[in-house]
Design a binder for this molecule. Structure first.
Ligand SMILES: [Zn+2]
Length: 392
């Protein structure tokens, strides 16, 4: 289990407060832990954990229930449900999804909706706000019971301004302060990050990367991007654009990319490039159609997607050589087309990355499928929620 990486327990005066925070942070991170697991995750003694859990339970911050682990009775600690719900939102070029979750990492309700191509930021954010209110009503919770909102955008987000850092498929969103706009509509704190980064957070915390500390989450979608987890933490970079592998130049004289540069990877494996390749055979179809046809065994669509994964793999191989992650986890719509896509990416990474004397890097399909980014958005909302503040 990854250890809590917050500072070591400090000296006398703040010790108790710091230990409380460490325990609450660990419960929030893992959803539910036994007291023994909490001690392992925080580095505190089981006696200290037991004392603090009692305090937190009587303050209504956490709940405890008796369970059995390996045949022994254990006390499982979760964040108290009456503490409220958080919302996660994923906004992509052609779909959006909203989920409500509790602080114990349970998804309470979720819904996704298709979006028109080139959807406008203001109307989509209106729909997001309405859908959140609608889902709250459906589970019988009023707006006061919503603690915070996490939003995963299909674009890198600059941490300082919360604006999209690189121009891309979400054309009308470039200058929209998403967090401020949604905060105004919902009167709740809203936090925004890139979907690749949040997909990485989710796969690291709950999915295919949960047993390692350094992962590269590759998202093969309408554009290609990656989330970088180093030492158990999301690495955003100076401008929030770390992992933007879709904009690595692969062909200096190639077509102009949406970002303004020439010959980026996305000009070869992004949505419009892939649709251009299938157009002579299939006419006007969407990327969703191509993925669906590949799932049904269509050889042409399968070939286009596996070739795209192979090409992306060359760029991923460069990142693997530089960062040396313990695992590459593959997600995004293209990875849903079938095992061939992940296989093609794996082969390509192994062929082009620095040959390792012992074993090539592990390249696996994500375990959370198309929900990784939405679950990551819920994680973002939970992480930003002051649970102790809520209970006071
Ligand atoms: Zn570009």
């Amino acid at each position: 289990m990854p250890r809590d990486t917050s500072p070591s327990p400090g000296s006398q005066s703040s010790l108790r407060e710091a230990n409380r925070s460490r325990i609450v942070a660990a419960v929030k991170r893992f959803g539910g832990l036994t007291q023994v697991e909490l001690a392992a995750a925080t580095g505190l003694s089981t006696a200290t954990v037991s004392t603090i859990v009692k305090e937190l339970a009587s303050a209504g911050v956490v709940e405890t229930q008796t369970t059995s682990r390996s045949g022994r009775r254990a006390l499982r600690v979760t964040i108290a449900r009456q503490a409220g719900l958080v919302a996660g939102v994923h906004i992509g070029p052609r779909a959006m999804a909203v989920a409500l979750g509790d602080l114990a990492h349970e998804v309470v309700v979720e819904q996704s909706l298709p979006l028109p191509a080139d959807h406008r930021a203001d109307t989509t954010l209106d729909r997001v706000a309405l859908l959140i209110v609608d889902l709250l009503e459906r589970v019988g919770v009023d707006l006061d019971g919503l603690l915070s909102v996490g939003v995963a955008m299909a674009a890198p987000v600059e941490p300082g301004t919360g604006l999209i850092a690189v121009r891309g498929p979400l054309r009308s969103w470039a200058d929209v302060p998403v967090a401020q706009v949604l905060t105004k509509r919902l009167a709740r704190p809203v936090h925004v990050d890139s979907d690749a980064g949040l997909g990485a957070v989710a796969e690291h915390g709950l999915g295919a990367g949960r047993d390692v500390q350094d992962i590269l989450y590759v998202r093969l979608s309408y554009g290609t991007s990656a989330g970088v987890i180093l030492g158990g933490r999301l690495h955003r970079g100076g401008s929030g654009a770390a992992g933007e592998i879709g904009h690595v130049q692969v062909s200096p004289a190639g077509p102009v990319c949406l970002c303004g540069n020439r010959g980026c990877l996305d000009t070869e494996v992004g949505e419009s490039a892939l649709l251009e390749i299938v157009r002579p055979a299939l006419g006007e179809v969407t990327l969703r159609d191509v993925v669906r046809r590949a799932q049904q065994g269509d050889p042409g669509c399968t070939r286009v997607l596996t070739d795209a994964a192979r090409r992306a793999g060359q760029v991923v191989a460069g990142v693997v050589t530089v960062l040396d992650p313990q695992r590459v986890v593959v997600g995004g719509e293209l990875a849903q087309a079938g095992p061939g896509v992940v296989e093609a990416l794996r082969e390509s990474v192994h062929r082009h990355a620095l040959p390792h004397r012992f074993a090539p890097v592990d390249v696996v399909a994500g375990e959370l499928g198309p929900r990784a980014e939405l679950l990551g958005a819920l994680e973002l909302a939970r992480k930003e929620t002051d649970v102790e503040g809520v209970a006071r």
